[in-house]
Design a protein around this ligand. Sequence first.
Ligand SMILES: Nc1ncnc2c1ncn2[C@@H]1O[C@H](COP(=O)(O)OP(=O)(O)OP(=O)(O)O)[C@@H](O)[C@H]1O
Ligand SMILES: [Mg+2]
Length: 298
Amino acid sequence: MLELTGLRRTFGDLVALDDVSFAVTEGHIVGFVGPNGAGKTTAMRIALGVLTPDAGHVRWRGVPVDAQIRRSFGYMPEERGLYPKMRVLEQLTYLARLHGVAPTDARRRAQETIEVLGVAARAKDRVEALSLGNQQRVQLASALVHEPDLLVLDEPFSGLDPVGVDVLSGVLRRQATNHGVPVVFSSHQLDLVERICDSVVLIDDGRIVADGTIGELRARRERRLFLVDVLGEADGWHATIPGVELVDTTDDGLVFELGEDVDEQRLLDLARTSGDVVRFGPVHPSLAELFREVVGHE
Ligand SMILES: Nc1ncnc2c1ncn2[C@@H]1O[C@H](COP(=O)(O)OP(=O)(O)OP(=O)(O)O)[C@@H](O)[C@H]1O
Ligand SMILES: [Mg+2]
């Protein structure tokens, strides 16, 4: 398990991280999300020892992370760090060696990894000659080539085409489920995070503002929204119900926010008196909607 505890980091007057704590456990994929400038990269850099915190600490399997332990991690930094002039296979073999893979295994691992990530055809090309997305795939290969014990990936999905997204999703899932590797990655693609991750850590302005499974985040939300779709409805049938407010009109029906003590069956009863109810049920917000609610942006 990777544990970040009470991390604080300032840059001059700016507090980039303020008492940031969360954990990534074996076999779990954690999505690290938050607005631009929230502190994701800063926290990940600290986790990898690239940056030191002003306070707090990072532990891996209960012990402070040192250079030796760090070699067993797979890291994809925000600033991509490949050697542009080096050829793909040669570069990955070299990086595997740096991470302590035996010479006899390094090239085989490099070859296998580029095959998995779909860039084997570019093995002999210089990195600089590759398209952005293919460079990204090689960058991912460099995080995976040494069979890491932990994966910390800063926006690994950016720049990938839909096939690349599927490939990487599959790779991360297998790493977590089959090999027990804890995975944490940052992303602004919240639909992707919702689909792939076991849990989500939401950071805003240097503070963790939500942490849990998507289900838990939904349950903690205060708003109670219900969708009602009535065939042949008379306009305004809902106008007089106390504690019920129409908040949205969608193609699927009307969305109401219900006050805490309003029984949703009362809404249903009224809807039925005005026509045939073809849809009725709670609205499950997407991660993107939860994000907007929590960080307060529309
Ligand atoms: N080296 C630095 N010097 C000064 N300020 C920095 C430095 N690194 C980060 N910051 C500031 O710390 C805050 C957090 O930045 P960080 O890069 O961690 O955000 P982020 O969540 O990764 O954002 P993004 O989604 O845009 O990548 C920002 O206000 C940023 O300007
Ligand atoms: Mg960042």
